[in-house]
Design a protein. Structure first.
Length: 75
Protein backbone atom coordinates (compact mmCIF):
# COMPACT_ATOMS: atom_id res chain seq x y z
CA UNK A 1 0.00 0.00 0.00
CA UNK A 2 1.25 3.49 -0.84
CA UNK A 3 1.68 5.95 1.99
CA UNK A 4 0.26 9.34 0.87
CA UNK A 5 2.74 11.21 3.08
CA UNK A 6 5.68 9.42 1.48
CA UNK A 7 4.33 10.11 -2.00
CA UNK A 8 3.94 13.80 -1.18
CA UNK A 9 7.45 13.92 0.28
CA UNK A 10 8.82 12.21 -2.83
CA UNK A 11 7.15 14.85 -5.01
CA UNK A 12 8.68 17.62 -2.91
CA UNK A 13 12.15 16.13 -3.24
CA UNK A 14 11.70 15.71 -7.00
CA UNK A 15 10.69 19.39 -7.23
CA UNK A 16 13.74 20.37 -5.18
CA UNK A 17 15.95 18.35 -7.51
CA UNK A 18 14.44 20.15 -10.52
CA UNK A 19 15.07 23.53 -8.91
CA UNK A 20 18.62 22.63 -7.98
CA UNK A 21 19.31 21.43 -11.53
CA UNK A 22 17.77 24.36 -13.37
CA UNK A 23 18.14 27.46 -11.18
CA UNK A 24 20.66 29.28 -9.07
CA UNK A 25 18.17 30.01 -6.32
CA UNK A 26 19.48 30.05 -2.74
CA UNK A 27 18.89 26.83 -0.82
CA UNK A 28 16.27 28.39 1.46
CA UNK A 29 14.20 29.36 -1.58
CA UNK A 30 14.59 25.90 -3.10
CA UNK A 31 13.34 24.41 0.15
CA UNK A 32 10.39 26.78 0.38
CA UNK A 33 9.34 26.49 -3.28
CA UNK A 34 9.50 22.71 -3.18
CA UNK A 35 7.35 22.52 -0.05
CA UNK A 36 10.11 21.38 2.29
CA UNK A 37 9.91 24.58 4.34
CA UNK A 38 13.55 25.00 5.40
CA UNK A 39 17.02 23.85 4.43
CA UNK A 40 17.18 21.21 7.18
CA UNK A 41 14.46 18.96 5.72
CA UNK A 42 15.78 19.69 2.22
CA UNK A 43 19.22 18.44 3.23
CA UNK A 44 17.82 15.45 5.12
CA UNK A 45 15.44 14.20 2.43
CA UNK A 46 17.69 14.89 -0.55
CA UNK A 47 20.66 13.23 1.14
CA UNK A 48 18.54 10.19 1.97
CA UNK A 49 17.30 9.94 -1.61
CA UNK A 50 20.51 10.75 -3.52
CA UNK A 51 23.39 10.43 -1.08
CA UNK A 52 24.33 14.05 -1.82
CA UNK A 53 23.89 17.33 -0.02
CA UNK A 54 21.88 19.97 -1.92
CA UNK A 55 25.08 21.85 -2.83
CA UNK A 56 26.79 18.69 -4.07
CA UNK A 57 23.67 17.69 -6.00
CA UNK A 58 23.53 21.11 -7.69
CA UNK A 59 27.22 20.94 -8.60
CA UNK A 60 26.85 17.45 -10.06
CA UNK A 61 23.58 17.93 -11.94
CA UNK A 62 23.26 21.58 -12.97
CA UNK A 63 21.79 21.66 -16.46
CA UNK A 64 21.15 25.32 -17.24
CA UNK A 65 22.97 27.75 -14.96
CA UNK A 66 21.63 30.69 -16.99
CA UNK A 67 18.08 30.42 -15.58
CA UNK A 68 17.12 33.00 -13.01
CA UNK A 69 14.81 33.02 -10.03
CA UNK A 70 12.20 34.98 -12.01
CA UNK A 71 11.81 31.98 -14.34
CA UNK A 72 10.79 29.79 -11.39
CA UNK A 73 8.70 32.11 -9.27
CA UNK A 74 6.40 32.75 -12.22
CA UNK A 75 5.27 29.10 -12.18
Amino acid sequence: MNDPRRSQQDQRVIRAQELLETTDLPMDQVARLSGLATTDPLRQHLSRRTGLTPSAYRAAFTQRPDRTSSDVTAR
